[in-house]
Design a protein around this ligand. Sequence first.
Ligand SMILES: *Cc1c(COP(=O)(O)O)cnc(C)c1O
Length: 401
Amino acid sequence: MSDYFKSTPDAAGQFGEFGGSFIPPDLQVEMDKITDAYYRISKSHAFISELRSIRKHFQGRPTPVYYCQRLSDLLGGRIYLKREDLNHTGAHKLNHCMGEALLAKHMGKKRLIAETGAGQHGVALATAAAYFGLECEIHMGEVDIAKEHPNVVRMKILGAEVVPVSHGLKTLKEAVDSAFQSYLKDPVNTIYCIGSVVGPHPFPMMVREFQRVVGIEAREQFMEMTGELPDNVVACVGGGSNAMGIFSAFLEDEECSLYGVEPAGRSYEIGEHACTMKFGKPGVIHGFKCQMLQDEAGEPAPVYSVASGLDYPGVGPEHCMLQSNGRVSYVDANDEQTIDAFYKLSRLEGIIPALESAHAVAYAMRLAQEKPRQSILVNLSGRGDKDIDFVVDKFGLPEDQ
Ligand SMILES: *Cc1c(COP(=O)(O)O)cnc(C)c1O
């Protein structure tokens, strides 16, 4: 492997023109401390061996790669899944939460703090906090608290404090502001844990490094199963952490086509989708520069996705660079294709996917029809238990449609 991971991002946290750090000076001081600690601690033997043991004994890694025989027979191409739905807590997010929490422990921190939208990141972080015996404070908009009741209960069972945010639109953006404010009140004892490959440096780099395990395992497992590399690798993109995790192992395999799948929602009208790569323009959001869906005033535009983990108007800076240099293609799947994939995978393979992951499956199904001789490795980022009531209420069962 060349030195891509050592030189990307650069020392300032830049991925080409994207990334960096655009935050107030007092917060910058804290980010610099996290960056220093990350470089010092995460390369140590003690850190690496503890994380390896956690992944094996607590998370249940390695997660398998699975060949979808019946789905492949139906469509043409050969579809394989990297089963992150089988990672503890049912999604890939725990990979970076355990890494961030282990770093916090080594830094002598007592408390983890984060915001959450749909609650998936909050639950993963509350899990990590319970494991390490750290306090956990999750900021969440009141609107989201009402909508995502089961995840709020999970966080409380795990011992986290859920802080309701009642100003503005009472959703994710206000929760971010509230979490940052609380963090700045006690940065000595607290660490802020971001939920994807977004935010100011060092988070896009750090979260990618903790998610690389997905790609490293999958590449080896796929080679062992088939004797070759996959022709195509597909992952959904919200902030982009599960996609960076799997893409990272294939970046230098030029013969592998890489596809990041964004949610096309109900239409390409503004407010009806979250296709940041397709329609975004460079801008600054949450302390970093990326492609961003913007309104006329340059503010983050309203976004929609049927999968709450994908509705973000920005995207990780490394993805923006990988789009600019042409290494990764960013494509999309709409609600209808996603729901079709959700049911097809459930009924043909016995796997109910998260709605986020179903976007990647939907695009893989399209590729399998277009390229019947090729193999397609999909990162199945999470399981769909959280989505079942919503899908059946809103879209009905296939026989009702
Ligand atoms: C949060 C989430 C995503 C989106 O986040 P990324 O950072 O883009 O990976 C995708 N899938 C699942 C199951 C999630 O919970």
